[in-house]
Design a protein around this ligand. Structure first.
Ligand code: ADP
Ligand code: F6P
Length: 343
């Protein structure tokens, strides 16, 4: 645990003689960093309202670590987060900040927090943002990470804020593609987001009844896919939906190869950033709210250098370095199941 010397220690004595130590944190800040995700606003709201309910002062930092370096920091009150729980994007803006990756950048950010008397920081973002939070923690700042990314690629947690909304958006769009694919007897190759992980692709593929799902985690072969498509065509199937994870890339090329090998007309569609926008689903609002609340409870106890995680629907927390070293399994069983019933 770092930075305890900064915080006031209170000892509560209960009637039964029990003693409880509470580190009184008076000023905290919150920022969103890396790629935005629907539900980040709900998390910001929960952080602000929880902190206020505990008598803390709370500050918003604009554009992630950029705002910490430039001092783009403002005090938030209960009305600062009115009417945002249902909105996509992030009212705090987000950014990538190369300067923060340097030793000098982290020292500058630490000095800015000290100057403003900010003792605790909630960082809503992905693995990269958590690496930054670990660096800042090593300089004595109490930092808590909240997993926010549509990719659900943060290993220590079952769920990341934005995943459900992004998948629902992708599902609706693939449904629309299926309509036109069906009318034209075509192959529709559709690329969904997920640079380093196929979680969005496999779930969207299952939800849309895709003929094929192509992700980095499971080996694939276009010759075999084309051959099986022709077999299915001979049994009456006329249109095909192939969901490809962004990390595979080459969707245009995949469509061209499948068209050449099967003789079936193919089109490729890259869904792109539309998957990052839109009103968060109920699940994203609820998980974001729970995580935001939990993050402030950790800070209240003087705990830092932790990442909030959801495990079997329970909130837990991990040391940031430990969280970053974990590996997340891919649901290969779901992938194989989808293949088995796609005929
Ligand atoms: P995400 O948090 O979604 O993974 P990035 O990887 O872009 O997004 O990281 C967001 C920001 O976190 C970066 O712009 C940088 O300021 C900071 N960051 C990323 N990686 C590191 C690192 N290794 N050390 C320190 N800070 C980092
Ligand atoms: O990490 C979320 C994500 O949307 C990835 O799926 C995607 O590869 C990446 O961010 C895109 O980032 P950018 O905002 O830089 O285009």
């Amino acid at each position: 645990m770092y930075g305890i010397e900064l915080h006031e220690l209170q000892i509560i004595k209960y009637a039964d003689g029990r003693l409880e130590k509470i580190f009184m944190i008076k000023k905290i800040a919150v920022l969103t960093s890396g790629g935005d995700a629907p539900g980040m606003n709900a998390a910001v709201r929960a952080v602000v309202r929880t902190a206020l309910s505990k008598g803390m002062e709370v500050y918003g930092v604009r554009r992630g670590y950029v705002g910490l370096l430039t001092g783009d920091i403002f005090q938030m009150d209960e009305r600062s987060v009115t009417d945002i729980i249902h909105r996509g994007g992030t009212i705090l803006y987000t950014a990538r900040c190369p300067e923060f990756r340097t030793e000098e950048g982290v020292a500058k950010a630490r000095a800015k927090c000290e100057e403003l008397g900010i003792e605790g920081l909630v960082v809503i973002g992905g693995d990269g943002s958590f690496r930054g939070a670990a660096d800042l923690s090593a300089k004595g700042m109490l930092c808590i990470g909240i997993p926010g990314t549509i990719d659900n690629d943060i290993s220590c947690t079952d769920y990341t804020i934005g995943f459900d909304t992004a998948m629902n958006t992708a599902m609706e769009l693939v449904d629309k593609l299926r309509d036109t694919s069906q009318s034209h007897d075509r192959i529709s190759v559709v690329e969904v987001m997920g640079r380093g992980a196929g979680h969005i692709a496999v779930n969207t593929g299952v939800a849309c009844g895709a003929t094929d799902i192509i992700t980095q985690e499971v080996p694939y072969d276009l010759d075999t896919i084309a051959k099986v498509m022709l077999e299915k065509q001979s049994k009456g199937k006329k249109n095909f939906v192939v969901v490809v994870a962004e990390g595979i890339g080459h969707s245009q090329e995949i469509a061209a190869i499948l068209q050449e090998k099967t003789g079936i007309e193919a089109r490729a569609t890259i869904l792109g950033h539309v998957q990052r926008g839109g009103n968060p689903t109920l699940r994203d609002r609820v998980e974001a709210t729970r995580m935001g609340n939990y993050a402030v409870e950790l800070l209240e106890q003087g705990v830092g250098n932790r990442v909030v995680a959801l495990k079997d629907n329970k909130l837990v927390d991990y040391d940031i370095q430990e969280a970053l070293s974990m590996k997340k399994p891919y649901d290969e069983k779901l992938h194989r199941m989808a293949e088995t019933i796609a005929f």
